[in-house]
Design a binder for this molecule. Structure first.
Ligand code: IPE
Ligand code: IPE
Ligand code: MG
Length: 252
């Protein structure tokens, strides 16, 4: 029998590409912005589910740097929703021990939104149950280039050092570990410039569920799939690794 305290996502970094708001609305004959509003409710459900499942870091892709190409009215609605979300959710986050952090560029956000981000981050800074990273004006390629430009040559750069700089480049506070599990909703199977470096060994789960329909059940299903996966990180599966013990190791 499963232990009552068993938390299927204990200590994991879960990243989600929240896709399908527009299609959700279109199917109902509604404007795309209605899909985004409904999507905000799914964010709340998912954050609560992640905390319940013991997830340590949750990175949600809310607005990519390429999303600035969308019509100005849609962009304006999304920015309003972020601001409102930060205002209403900060107190909930404090209550549930969630540390809220917005990752991505801030230099192109309007000052009011930047102030709302800083306020929410300061208010939730003591949260230790879940590190929630909301990606806004985020581009992984831009982040990688920004991290690379932080180096003052010469010097040998390790992957660990680079990861640290990458976290700094996107304002991740605290720094987040590599992604364990990445979910993308709406049936699309691509990364769309999200956490390219951090997903080096992430397990990928693609679900047809549109983002506004996403919630606790879908989080649990994805964690179940994750638990069935065998992560190898380039080595042999555990059993075979043990069987070959005693053989002389060959470099590096
Ligand atoms: C995801 O839903 C939200 C954002 C990218 C901001 P979409 O708006 O991309 O919805 P679809 O893909 O058009 O259905
Ligand atoms: C990726 O979704 C960005 C977010 C979910 C915030 P898009 O809908 O913008 O990605 P593409 O254009 O289908 O690749
Ligand atoms: Mg989309």
């Amino acid at each position: 029998m499963q232990d009552e305290k068993f938390k299927p996502g204990e200590g994991l970094h879960l990243a989600i590409i929240m896709d399908g708001n527009g299609r959700w609305a279109k199917r109902r004959g509604l404007p795309r912005t209605a899909g985004h509003r409904e999507g905000a409710k799914a964010v709340r459900r998912t954050v609560e589910a992640a905390a319940d499942c013991g997830i340590e870091t949750l990175s949600l892709y809310a607005f990519s740097s390429d999303n600035w190409q969308r019509p100005p009215e849609e962009v304006a609605t999304l920015m309003q929703l972020f601001e409102r979300y930060l205002g209403t959710e900060a107190a909930r986050c404090v209550k549930h021990g969630v540390r809220l952090n917005v990752i991505g560029r801030r230099d192109r956000l309007r000052p009011r939104l930047v102030r709302a981000i800083e306020k929410a981050e300061a208010a939730t800074a003591q949260g230790s149950a879940l590190h929630l990273r909301l990606a806004v004006d985020y581009s992984s390629r831009h982040a990688i280039a920004a991290a690379a430009s932080m180096f003052r040559p010469p010097g040998a750069v390790t992957a660990e050092m680079f990861s640290e700089l990458l976290n700094r480049a996107v304002n991740s506070d605290p720094a987040a570990p590599d992604v364990d599990l990445l979910i993308r909703t709406s049936g699309e199977q691509r990364l769309s410039d999200f956490l390219l470096w951090e997903c080096a060994y992430a397990e990928l789960v693609f679900t047809p569920c549109l983002w506004p329909d996403f919630g606790k059940q879908q989080v649990e299903e994805a964690l179940h799939v994750f638990q069935q996966r065998e992560r190898r990180f380039g080595a042999l599966p555990d059993a075979e690794q043990v069987a070959s013990e005693g053989l002389e190791a060959v470099g590096p």
